[in-house]
Design a protein around this ligand. Sequence first.
Ligand code: 5GP
Ligand code: ZN
Length: 112
Amino acid sequence: MDCIFCKIIDGDIPSTKVYEDENVFAFNDINPQAPVHCLVVPKKHIVSVDETSECDMEYIAAIFRAIPKIASALGLKNGYRVITNVGEDGCQSVKHMHFHILGGKKLPESMG
Ligand code: 5GP
Ligand code: ZN
């Protein structure tokens, strides 16, 4: 499958890993939009939040267990933002579900 994030998970494309467990992989975004900007992805190729099935829920749960651990490890003591873009209008450019963690500064109030 020609998926950048599957290749990153498999180590075929290099990345700066910030977290890994059985179901989840997280790495720094190549084009950071904030002082801290990483991406949290399921190790299973799930296209987006809009295309999950019941058997994907363990991955979703694992992602939300991992996010506060990652935020803590990255020193985001004062809060952060979690974003997932979905489809065309959401400007999702990589079709492997991912959650952006942004922080390390006071983020703009506007979200679109
Ligand atoms: P989206 O626009 O789909 O929500 O976010 C995709 C994100 O993946 C973008 O922020 C982009 O900078 C990041 N990205 C795309 N290709 C790569 C890559 O090869 N390595 C890393 N680390 N990030 C990538
Ligand atoms: Zn993938």
